[in-house]
Design a protein around this ligand. Sequence first.
Ligand SMILES: [Zn+2]
Length: 114
Amino acid sequence: MVDEDQGRRARNEAIFREVNERIVELETGLTGYNRDDSLLIGFVCECPREDCGEMLEVTRGQYEAVRDNGRRFLVLPGHEDGDIARVVERHSHYLVIEKTGDAAEVAAEQDPRT
Ligand SMILES: [Zn+2]
C-alpha cells in the first residue's frame, strides 16, 4: 500500500506531468517535431511540492527521453525527493529522477502514455 503522503505527492507529480504533456502537444502543433532539436521548451518542474510550479527548459529530445520511462520525472536541481526517488541524470539546470518502490508503481500506473 502507498501511504497517504506518498500518494498525495505522486498525484502532484502526475498533475505536473499532464501539464507538460499539454505543453509538448502545443509545441508540436505549432512547429512539428523539430529534428534538429536545438529548441528549448519551457516545462514545469515535476517535483512533488504543491507550491513549486517553477519552470525548467529542456529540448524536445531531452523531454522525450524522460517520458519514455513512466517512472522518470524532470525536476530542478535541489527539488529531488530523496526518499522515494533516485537521481539518474544530473545536468546543469535539471535532473532526471526515477521513482523507486511504491512511488514507482503509482507513477507507472498514472503514466499518460500507457
Ligand atoms: Zn520543483
